[in-house]
Design a protein around this ligand. Structure first.
Ligand SMILES: Cc1cc2nc3c(=O)[nH]c(=O)nc-3n(C[C@H](O)[C@H](O)[C@H](O)COP(=O)(O)OP(=O)(O)OC[C@H]3O[C@@H](n4cnc5c(N)ncnc54)[C@H](O)[C@@H]3O)c2cc1C
Length: 417
């Protein structure tokens, strides 16, 4: 294998998902030279996190980019509802939130990433290499000093960096090579993802369908429904053996208006299994290395918080690291502060997700659903003001970040820069 000379950069980020792209944008905006490496040739991967929450939209507002972002095709959900055999319930009402953004925006992740990268590319100190796979960290005397990566032709390169960031997702290669210990939490569910056409006579916006042994989430994506179908952990193989007909029949029974089109699920290739994983690093950093986003903490899909947490990690990292990176004063204590800042939101949300999984999803998949509908939904129906609580937790989260990293001279002018 050919090995080229090492190049040098102030910050090298592995992975151009929501965490890596956003950190790249903010550091470049602060005048830090940054290289982002992305192993794929494009962002066109289906069934990823597509939900932009009010707290994330507010960050783009602070950057003066929210209107441009929301000019891209997207759907807005002001209310999240659940249909049960006992009727319809409201789970979260985002109209009760303060501020300008009182809805969830559903936008394909590739459009979102293209947008962020498009903004970053306007900045002179930003560089993105596609089809560039990070292989592992470089170390000297216990300190991470960069990484090795492979280009599309198979040549291996080295990059030396003052800071290396692992933003390469839940199966992070850099995290593994840096030997950072991880804590895994048991998850009782997996999710099947598929899409079916959406017709004008269908339900007007995204909703959940809950019944004994079943939970479906239908996300309005304009021309089609993106559907999450919960199954017990590791039950995908059994379902495959039972045949696609069983899945089609179940969807048609649970959501009758889809009965006329479940046949469009032609083969298991149309169905993607997400093995749900919830974990967290004990330490998100080592001298010279920081993990953010899913590389630091894989989240359950409950609440659709994954992208938002990843983006907020990036904002916190830029707030705390841009100046020391620019001044050449970066120390390990700065990296520790990023973990300290983001640990509480991560722990609180994971705790909430695990509680919902254990107290609600496990009994549900075992067939235990009260005939009148779950108590919590009935209480929220009785006291609608409570519908603002999940809206706040999901929409604004815990300790939402604000953009405080500086904008270097020469960065394109924006209202809030
Ligand atoms: C099927 C599925 C459905 C989901 N649904 C939702 C949802 O509805 N709502 C929600 O908010 N979240 C959802 N999530 C989670 C959400 O997508 C993630 O939490 C979020 O994308 C995390 O962002 P990230 O940047 O940390 O990691 P990722 O989005 O995983 O990005 C990591 C990037 O690094 C790249 N990469 C990986 N390895 C390397 C390497 N060695 N070298 C270079 N690049 C590399 C990957 O190609 C990718 O582009 C879902 C995830 C999956 C898999």
């Amino acid at each position: 294998m050919e090995q080229s000379q090492a190049s040098r950069v102030t910050c090298c980020i592995a992975g151009c998902g929501p965490a890596g792209a956003m950190l790249g944008l903010l550091l470049a905006r602060a005048g830090v030279d940054v290289l982002v490496l992305e192993k794929h040739g494009d962002f066109l991967r289906d069934f990823r996190g597509d939900t932009l929450h009010p707290s994330t939209l507010r960050l783009f507002d602070e950057l003066g980019l929210a209107d441009e972002l929301l000019d891209l095709p997207h759907q807005e959900a002001t209310v999240l509802g659940v249909t049960t055999d006992a009727g319809e319930f409201t789970l979260a009402d985002f109209r009760r939130l303060p501020g300008r953004y009182r809805f969830l925006a559903f936008m394909p992740q590739w459009d979102f990433l293209d947008f962020v990268v498009g903004q970053a590319r306007r900045l002179p100190s930003f560089e993105l290499r596609m089809e560039a796979e990070a292989l592992g960290v470089l170390e000297e005397a216990g300190r991470v000093t960069g990484l090795t990566w492979r280009d599309r032709a198979g040549a291996v390169h080295q990059v030396r960096a003052r800071l290396t960031v692992a933003a390469d997702g839940r199966d992070s290669e850099l995290r593994r090579s840096a030997r950072l210990p991880r804590r895994e939490f048991g998850v009782p569910v997996d999710v099947l993802w598929f899409r079916l056409p959406r017709r004008p006579t269908d339900a007007p916006q995204s909703f959940g369908r809950l019944a004994a042994r079943h939970l479906l989430v239908l996300i309005d994506r304009g021309a089609y429904w993106q559907i999450a179908y919960l199954i017990p952990k590791d039950a995908a193989d059994e379902l495959h053996r039972a045949g696609l007909g069983r899945l089609r029949a179940s969807v048609a029974e649970l959501v009758p208006f889809l009965a006329d089109r479940v046949g469009e699920l032609g083969s298991w290739d149309d169905v993607r299994t997400l093995r749900v994983q919830v974990d967290r690093l004990r330490r998100w950093f080592r001298p010279g290395l920081l993990c953010i986003g899913d590389a630091a903490h894989a989240m359950s899909p409950i609440g659709g918080v994954g992208i938002n947490l990843a983006v907020h990690d990036a904002v916190a990292a830029a707030n705390l690291l841009a100046r020391p990176l620019r001044d050449g004063t970066l120390a390990t204590r700065h990296l520790a502060r990023v973990q300290l800042r983001r640990l509480l939101p991560t722990v609180v949300i994971q705790l909430g997700q695990r509680t919902i999984q254990d107290r609600f999803l496990s009994p549900l998949l075992a067939g235990r659903v009260p005939a009148k509908g779950p108590l919590v939904l009935r209480v929220m129906r009785r006291f609608p003001v409570l519908q603002g609580v999940p809206a706040r937790l999901v929409g604004l989260g815990v300790l939402p970040e604000h953009v405080r990293s500086p904008a270097a001279e020469g960065a394109p002018a924006r209202p809030y820069l």
